[in-house]
Design a protein around this ligand. Structure first.
Ligand code: SF4
Length: 692
C-alpha cells in the first residue's frame, strides 16, 4: 500500500484491442448515506506493462469514471405497463426463467437469439456460449465481431488457417516497410499507433491508404487517398504489378502455398491503369507502392474496418493475404498480416465461441466429435447440442422482424446504435415476445428490454481479455460490485440454475480451467500462470508451452497458405442524382463504440458533440459554412448534424462517427452484407446533405 492509503490493482483496459495494462488506484472512503466503501479514484501507468509500458491513451487514462457514474444500474429492472420497476434478483431471475421456459416449450431453442459481448471477459463469453448451446439448445449466438472483423475471421482462416493477427505488436519495430490500409490507427488504437509513429520517426517507410487524411496518414511517408470501395481493385493491381515485374518470392510460393496459378490468372487483367479510375490513385503510385512492399526485407500490413466493413470484406481480406503469400511477407519477424481487432475482447469473444458456427477454439458445431466432447464436459447427451450453424446478428434481427425469433438475451451490446439501418433494428427488437438485456447502463437497447439485469464493470470482477495480438491477460477485481450488480458470468450461471440446468463451475479461474480442457489453443493457460507470467499469446497448448507470439513460422495453421482469386465489385450503393455523396463512418479518439461508457466520463466534456466532416468544395456547392446544421439523409432515414469543413476528406464524401445517439448515424447506414461473413457495408453508402 502506498503512503497515501491507495491500493493499486493491475488490470487490462476495457476500451480497445491494444490491451494496455494499468493500475487502478483504489481508496476506501465514506459515501453519503451509504457504508464506507472502496472506490476507483485514478489510473497509474506501469513500466512493466507488457504491451504499452508507461503509455496510455486518453481513454485509458481519463475515461474510467463511468465505473462510479450515478446512472450505473444497481438493481434488476422489470418492465411493467411500459415502465421499469426495480425488483430483487430472485424475482427477476424467476420471471426470466418462467418466460424462457414457456418460449422453449412452445417454440424450441431456435426461437432464441443470444448476443455475447466483446466487452466482457473470456470466461463470461465462454459461459454465454455454454448457456446458448447447452441450456437453450441453439447455435443462434453472435456478437459485434459480426460488424467489425467477421470478414477477417473468414478470409484469413481460408488463406492461413487462422483468422487472427499474425505478429506481435512489438514486431512493428522490426519491419522495414509498413502498409496501413483502412485503419484510423491514431484514433482507434492510439498506443499501438504510437509504435507506428515511432517507427516512422526512425525512418521506416510507411504508406497509409485511406480516403481521409488521418493523423497517421499525415505523418506517413506517403498517403494514398483511395476512393471509398476501391480497396480490392488496388490490392489486385498491386499483385498484378508484383507478378508482372517478377518481384514475387518464387521459392516461398512453391514450398509453402497453393492456388497460385488460378490467382495469377485472376489478376492478369488488373493493371494499375485498370485500377486507377476505381481507386483514384495514379498508376505510377500503385506501381511504386507494390514495388516497395515486395522489395522490402520485412514488410507488415495493418488493416481495420476500412477493409472489413464492405460487401466484399472477406475478399478484401483474402486480397491482403494474397499479397503476403506472393512476397513471403508472413511467418517472419517483422513480416505479417495484422488485422487490428477493435474492442478490448473481440478476439477473445471469437475465441470463446460467441459465433453461430463454432464452439470455443473455432471447433465447428457441425463436427460430431466436437459436439460429443462439449456435451460430455457439460453433462449432456450429444444429441442435445444442435449441429446446424445458427443465425448471425443480422439474421437474428431479420428473423425477429419476421416473427420467427421470439426472444433474445443481449449481454453488453447496443445494436440499436451499432448496427446498420437502426429503424429496422428497433422494429425487430420491439417485435420480440421477450427481451432480456444485461448491461452496466440503461443503453438504447436495454431501454427496449422487458427485463434488465445489472452487470459489473471490468473493475468489479476477475477474468481475462485477449488483445489484438492474441495475448490473454488478466482482468482483476479492484472494488466490490456497484449496487447489487453481478458479474456477467454469475448472471449467466444464475439464469442456467433458474432454468434447472446449473453449471458445475462457479468462479472465473475454474471456468478458465474448463476452457483450457476443451480448447487446444488455450490448453496451457490458467489464471495462476497469467498471474505469474503477465500474459500469454495463443496458441498455448500446454502448461509448459511459452505461447506463440508469431503465427505460421514453420507451416501455416491450415498446412499450406492458400491463394484466392477474388474480383473487384463496386459498393452496394453508388451516388446518384438523389443521393450524390458517399457517407463513411468510423471512430473518434475521445469516445468508444456507442459511447455507453466514454460519454459518462470526463471525455464527454472534451468532445461533447459530433459533426459531419465535409470538403470545402462540397460545402461551397451547397452554400454551407463551418458549423452550419444540416439534414443528412440516405434511403433509410435522416439525422441532423453540424458540418465541419476540412481539406482532410475527399470531395464527394462525408464522414462521421457512430458514438452519439443524438446523431445516430446507423439510422442511415446500409445493411447490405458480405455474402460470406455477413458483415454489413457500414463504410460506404449514398447520402444527401441539405441545409436545415
Ligand atoms: Fe486503452 Fe486502447 Fe487506449 Fe490502450 S490504446 S489505453 S487499450 S483505449
Amino acid at each position: 500500500r502506498p503512503w497515501d492509503g491507495r491500493r493499486k490493482v493491475r488490470t487490462t483496459c476495457p476500451y480497445c484491442g491494444t490491451g494496455c495494462n494499468f493500475d487502478l488506484e483504489v481508496v476506501r472512503r465514506p459515501v453519503a448515506g451509504e457504508p464506507e466503501r472502496e472506490e476507483v479514484i485514478g489510473v497509474a501507468s506501469a513500466a512493466d506493462a507488457p504491451v504499452n509500458g508507461r503509455h496510455l491513451c486518453v481513454k485509458g487514462r481519463f475515461g474510467l469514471s463511468f465505473i462510479h457514474h450515478p446512472e450505473r444500474l444497481r438493481r434488476p429492472l422489470v418492465k411493467k405497463e411500459g415502465r421499469f420497476v426495480e425488483t430483487s434478483w430472485e424475482e427477476a431471475l424467476s420471471f426470466v426463467a418462467e418466460r424462457f421456459r414457456a418460449i422453449l416449450s412452445e417454440w424450441g431453442g431456435d426461437a432464441f437469439g443470444v448476443l455475447a459481448s466483446a466487452k466482457v471477459t473470456n470466461e463470461e463469453n465462454y459461459l454465454i456460449n455454454r448457456f446458448a448451446r447447452g441450456v437453450l439448445g441453439t447455435n443462434n449466438i453472435d456478437h459485434c465481431a459480426r460488424l467489425c472483423h467477421a470478414s477477417t475471421v473468414a478470409g484469413l482462416a481460408a488463406a492461413f488457417g487462422s483468422g487472427a493477427m499474425t505478429n506481435p505488436i512489438a514486431d512493428i519495430a522490426k519491419s522495414d516497410f509498413l502498409l496501413v490500409i483502412g485503419s484510423n490507427t491514431t484514433e482507434s488504437h492510439p498506443v499501438l499507433a504510437q509504435k507506428l509513429l515511432q517507427a516512422i520517426g526512425r525512418g521506416t517507410p510507411c504508406v497509409v491508404i485511406d480516403p481521409r487524411r488521418t493523423e497517421l496518414a499525415a505523418a506517413a511517408t506517403e498517403h494514398l487517398a483511395i476512393r471509398p470501395g476501391g480497396d480490392l481493385a488496388l490490392l489486385n493491381a498491386m499483385a498484378h504489378v508484383i507478378i508482372a515485374e517478377g518481384l514475387q518470392d518464387d521459392r516461398f510460393i512453391e514450398e509453402r502455398t497453393e492456388g497460385f496459378e488460378e490467382f495469377k490468372a485472376a489478376v492478369a487483367d488488373c493493371s494499375p491503369e485498370w485500377a486507377a479510375p476505381l481507386t483514384g490513385i495514379a498508376p505510377a503510385v500503385i506501381r511504386e507502392t507494390a514495388r516497395r512492399y515486395a522489395r522490402a526485407e520485412r514488410a507488415s500490413i495493418f488493416y481495420t474496418m476500412g477493409i472489413t466493413q464492405k460487401r466484399t470484406g472477406t475478399h478484401n481480406v483474402m486480397a491482403i493475404a494474397n499479397l503476403a503469400l506472393l512476397t513471403g511477407h508472413i511467418g517472419k519477424e517483422g513480416s505479417g498480416v495484422n488485422p487490428l481487432r477493435g474492442q478490448n475482447n473481440v478476439q477473445g469473444a471469437c475465441d470463446m465461441g460467441a459465433l453461430p458456427n463454432v464452439f470455443p477454439g473455432y471447433q465447428p458445431v457441425g463436427d460430431a466429435a466436437v459436439r460429443a466432447k462439449f456435451a460430455a464436459a457439460w453433462g449432456l447427451d450429444a444429441v442435445e447440442l444442435p449441429a446446424k450453424p445458427g443465425l448471425t446478428v443480422g439474421e437474428m434481427l431479420e428473423a425477429a422482424r419476421a416473427g420467427e425469433l421470439k426472444a433474445m438475451l443481449i449481454v453488453g451490446e447496443n445494436p440499436v446504435l451499432s448496427d446498420p439501418d437502426s429503424a429496422r433494428v428497433v422494429e425487430a427488437l420491439r417485435r420480440l415476445d421477450f427481451l432480456v438485456a444485461v448491461d452496466i447502463f440503461l443503453s438504447e437497447t436495454a431501454q427496449l428490454a422487458d427485463v434488465v439485469l445489472p452487470a459489473c464493470s471490468f473493475a468489479e470482477k476477475e477474468g481475462t481479455f485477449t488483445n489484438t495480438e492474441r495475448r490473454v491477460q488478466r482482468v482483476r477485481q479492484a472494488i466490490e460490485p456497484v449496487g447489487q450488480s453481478r458479474p456477467d458470468w454469475r448472471i449467466v450461471a444464475d439464469l442456467a440454475a433458474a432454468l434447472g440446468r446449473p453449471f458445475d463451475v462457479n468462479d472465473p479461474a475454474a471456468v478458465m480451467a474448463e476452457i483450457a480442457r476443451l480448447t487446444p489453443a488455450y490448453g496451457g493457460i490458467s489464471h495462476d500462470r497469467l498471474d505469474r507470467e503477465g500474459g500469454l499469446c495463443w496458441p498455448c497448448p500446454a502448461s509448459d508451452h511459452p505461447g506463440t507470439p508469431r503465427l505460421h513460422e514453420e507451416r501455416f495453421t491450415r498446412g499450406k497458405g492458400r491463394f484466392h482469386a477474388v474480383h473487384y465489385l463496386p459498393p452496394a450503393e453508388a451516388p446518384d442524382e438523389t443521393y450524390p455523396l458517399v457517407l463513411s463512418t468510423g471512430r473518434r479518439l475521445f469516445h468508444y463504440h456507442t459511447g455507453t461508457m466514454s460519454r459518462r466520463t470526463e471525455l464527454a466534456a472534451i468532445y461533447p458533440e459530433e459533426h459531419l466532416e465535409m470538403h470545402p468544395d462540397d460545402a461551397a456547392h451547397l452554400g454551407l459554412t463551418d458549423g452550419d446544421w444540416v439534414r443528412l439523409s440516405t434511403r433509410r432515414g435522416a439525422i441532423s448534424i453540424p458540418v465541419r469543413l476540412t481539406e482532410g476528406i475527399m470531395a464527394g464524401t462525408v464522414f462521421t462517427s457512430f458514438h452519439f445517439s443524438e446523431a445516430a448515424v446507423n439510422v442511415l447506414t446500409n445493411s447490405a452484407v458480405d455474402p460470406v461473413a455477413k458483415i454489413p457495408e457500414l463504410k460506404v453508402c449514398a447520402c444527401r446533405v441539405e441545409i436545415v
